[in-house]
Design a protein around this ligand. Structure first.
Ligand code: FAD
Length: 558
């Protein structure tokens, strides 16, 4: 029997996983990994922390070496070898040895493309000046470190306020730099819904990170002091001794495109559920491919390590004759900076609207990460998105200091299993006082959403707060009300509501508000059973702060 020869282009997350899995399934296969970089299997995700010196040794980023692949797995890894073309009729790749300049061919029976994605470097005036960096590889991080250590910069501008931009902002601040983030969108962390991103903005402000939202960089100029001036669309200018571009990545699909493989509308390589490209002998995995969003069914680019690893494993399975299938992505992600954790899974409202999906509803809650009576409880700001008609869980976003990622992981798994909000109500989760609550935040989210699906409570839309003609009824205590309330709100504390019901108009819609939504829910149940037309402002005043941070008023009628 002839040995199967598998060539893998790219030897980091998707490629290295695929190679190792192949060997576990097929001891006889010839496996060759080609990577144009100097390392394989390195920890991209750790790079910001190496720049920030949280990780101090570069060697810690290298998870496996070519020698380890050879000795442990009998896999041939050639670093500094770039694949320049695919000759599909001959089943060859054309390779350039970047050290010697030699070009040669490598034959394959199966080819796996795992070339990743390249950081976007827009062709802006002045972008090639020294001091403007992107971060993708170990050498990239080394160059930024060397710049910091040799030049002792004081001011950094990070262009882009997404995951990598925020991680870089924290790590540069950790190195003592004054950091400003310039972000074209009107919010930080664009994958979140805007009101959830408000918590991110507040945390950056508390750590003196400068912020320019809704403004794009137009170019870079040399400043008289040897630094750079970053110019923006709005006419702003920011001095910088170091600039990091974190404005997203573009799939490395050129090889595939040049070889005539199908490319999707977003520029990623198109693969089927078996991670196979339009050529039955070629598979593609990781950041280079387009993936189906499990919730919306739409094609997306989701450059995350988890999907890349899963796809690498599935490609190996299929090459070895197994019928493994990739089920799509939910874009489950987590990011931490300045003590705050932000995590999300599934669809946001933004994503659903873009996909034309209207059958959904969202609830907000702000529980402690564990019971309040045990010291140290920290709030989790949680938004659950679900299908209005049947309660199918569609997505969740959470922000807080503790326990955030655990809740999102549970909800992520629930989405994968096709769970409903009624399943979240019933989820049996760990509880002891220092870890959670007998009614975990996930259960509570399910209960609140289930109330909506059952029709026990109607939700008032925060987005229409001041556009509607509803009476805003605040059922908190007078002291809370005086400390800040919705404009025009009337205060009747929950404990007095039964006795003062005559003051509530019957000919108007009543929108009820409280601290975090619970008292308002009780008030809604009370009033609706007495025939009032009533809706709950989900998540109460805490949610209001996220929707209208600049808009709190100090007056109202008690
Ligand atoms: P990569 O890991 O990028 O590997 C691609 C390899 O292919 C590269 O080594 C490249 O040199 C090589 N290559 C490309 N073209 C060729 C060619 N023609 N010939 C030979 N070799 C080639 N994801 C998370 O889930 N969580 C995180 O916290 C996280 N943090 C991140 C932080 C940073 C700074 C970065 C850059 C990424 C982060 N990611 C994170 C994303 C994650 O690293 C990627 O999704 C993942 O590495 C993608 O795997 P991949 O195999 O598709 O590509």
């Amino acid at each position: 029997m002839t040995k199967k020869r598998v060539v893998i282009v790219g030897g980091v997350a998707g490629g290295a996983t695929c190679a190792a899995r192949l060997r576990r399934l097929d001891e006889s296969a010839e496996i060759v990994v080609l990577d144009r970089g100097p390392y394989v299997s390195f920890a991209n995700c750790g790079l910001p922390y190496y720049v920030g010196s949280v990780i101090q040794e570069e060697a810690k980023l290298l998870l496996a070496t070519p020698e380890l692949f050879r000795d442990r797995f009998n896999i041939e890894v050639r670093t500094r070898h770039e694949v320049t073309a695919i000759d599909r009729p001959a089943c060859d790749v054309l390779v350039r040895d970047l050290e010697s300049g030699r070009d040669y061919r490598e034959h394959y029976d199966a080819l796996v493309l795992a070339p990743g994605a390249a950081p976007i470097r827009s062709p802006l005036p002045g972008i090639d000046q020294p001091g403007i960096f992107t971060l993708r590889t170990v050498p990239d991080s080394r160059v930024i470190r060397e710049w910091i250590e040799s030049r002792n910069p004081h001011r950094a501008v990070v262009v882009g306020g997404g995951f990598i931009g925020l991680e870089m902002a924290e790590n540069l601040a950790h190195r003592g730099l004054d950091v400003t983030i310039v972000e074209l969108a009107n919010q930080l962390m664009p994958p979140l819904d805007p009101e959830m991103a408000e918590y991110v903005r507040q945390r950056l402000a508390a750590h003196a990170v400068g912020l320019r939202l809704g403004d794009g960089v137009t170019g870079f100029e040399q400043a008289g002091d040897g630094g750079l001036v970053v110019r923006t669309l709005s006419g702003g200018s920011f001095g910088a001794d170091l600039v990091v571009l974190a404005i997203g990545v573009r799939p490395e699909s050129k090889l595939a495109r040049d070889a005539g493989l199908e490319i999707g509308a977003l520029g990623g390589i198109r693969v089927d559920q078996q991670i196979r490209t339009s050529d039955p002998r070629i598979w593609a995995v990781g950041d280079a491919v387009e993936v189906k969003n499990r919730v919306t069914g739409q094609w997306e680019l989701i450059p995350l390590a988890g999907p890349a690893n899963r796809q690498g494993r599935i490609a190996a399975d299929v090459i070895c004759g197994r019928d493994s299938r990739f089920k799509g992505v939910q874009a489950t992600a987590v990011c931490g900076f300045f003590g705050l954790t932000v995590a999300l899974t599934g669809a946001t409202e933004k994503v659903l609207r873009t996909a034309g999906i209207v059958d959904f509803e969202s609830v907000y809650l702000h529980p402690g990460h564990h019971v309040g009576y045990y010291p140290g409880a920290k709030p989790i700001h949680l938004k659950l998105v679900f299908r209005r008609s049947d309660g199918l869980v569609l997505g969740a976003q959470a922000v807080g200091e503790e326990g955030v990622e655990r809740r999102i992981d549970v909800i992520s798994t629930a989405i994968q299993m096709g769970a409903t909000v009624f399943d979240l109500e019933e989820a049996e989760l760990c509880y002891a006082p220092q870890y959670g609550a007998a009614k975990d935040p996930v259960n509570v989210a399910g209960m609140i959403a289930a109330n909506v699906v059952h029709g026990d409570v109607d939700l008032a839309p925060w987005s229409k707060l001041y556009a509607a003609d509803a009476l805003l009824l605040d059922v908190r205590e007078p002291a809370e009300f005086k400390a800040g309330c919705l404009d025009g709100a009337v205060n009747i504390p929950l404990g007095q509501l039964r006795g003062r019901m005559a003051e509530v108009p019957r000919d108007r819609q009543i929108w009820v508000n409280c601290g975090v939504g619970r008292r308002a829910y009780y008030a809604c149940r009370l009033l609706s059973q007495h025939g009032f037309s009533v809706s709950n402002l989900s998540g109460g005043f805490q949610t209001y702060r996220a929707w209208h941070p600049e808009d709190l008023v100090q007056h109202g009628t008690t």
